[in-house]
Write a new protein. Structure first.
Length: 202
């Protein structure tokens, strides 16, 4: 997604949320770079479900071989014809690609001044792009930072209905090793966000 590069100050808690959305988006967009793997290795967490998932992701990042992680990514998301998983809102919500959830998302993207980057050809309702959009809204990469009510609306319409199921599928996928830890992290994070938004007024 393209965005204006502005140095906007937001609350530390929101910055941490945005960082995790962006991190998940990067891991799910393409096989991770060496720098991204180093970032994953340096993560630490507490005793919460999310903290333990992050610790597990850090541990596996330290022993994972780059070529194996790339092969795993390709098997999960690309494959011969299609990967083991189809990480799209339309597929999870309707059973088909390029359906109404994608059209609804495109309408909201236009309203929020979010545009697809020129070098991205995936449908916009893929999980990586949605993680990036959510992180960008929190940080204010598409204008001023979205308030909690705006974040809640976007999350509930485009992420909350299916992302937790996707991350659970990713954690359990037969070809997931490194990405099983990514799935566990995403699943725990989606649970926290869902609960937090339930307590946020519309």
């Amino acid at each position: 997604m393209t965005a204006a590069a502005e140095n906007i100050q937001i609350a530390e808690e929101d910055a941490l949320r945005a960082d995790l959305y962006d991190f998940l988006g990067l891991l799910l967009a393409k096989p991770p770079s060496a720098d991204l793997m180093k970032q994953a290795q340096s993560l630490s967490g507490d005793d919460s479900d999310l903290g333990q998932a992050i610790q597990a992701l850090s541990r596996i990042s330290k022993v994972a071989k780059p070529r194996s992680v790339e092969s795993e990514f390709n098997t999960l998301f690309i494959g011969l014809g299609r990967g083991e998983l189809l990480p799209y809102a339309s597929y999870y919500l309707t059973g088909f690609l390029n359906e109404k959830p994608l059209a609804t998302l495109r309408g909201d993207m236009a309203r929020l001044a979010i545009t697809r980057a020129e070098n991205v050809y995936e449908p916009e309702d893929n999980i990586a792009s949605l993680m990036e959009m959510m992180g960008g809204m929190i940080r204010g990469r598409f204008g001023k930072p979205a308030d909690l009510a705006q974040q809640k609306e976007f999350f509930n319409k485009h992420i909350g209905l299916w992302a937790g199921h996707f991350f659970a599928d990713l954690e359990a996928a037969k070809n997931s090793v490194f990405y099983a830890a990514v799935g566990a992290t995403g699943k725990a994070f989606m649970e926290i966000e869902t609960q937090a938004f339930r307590m946020t007024p519309d």
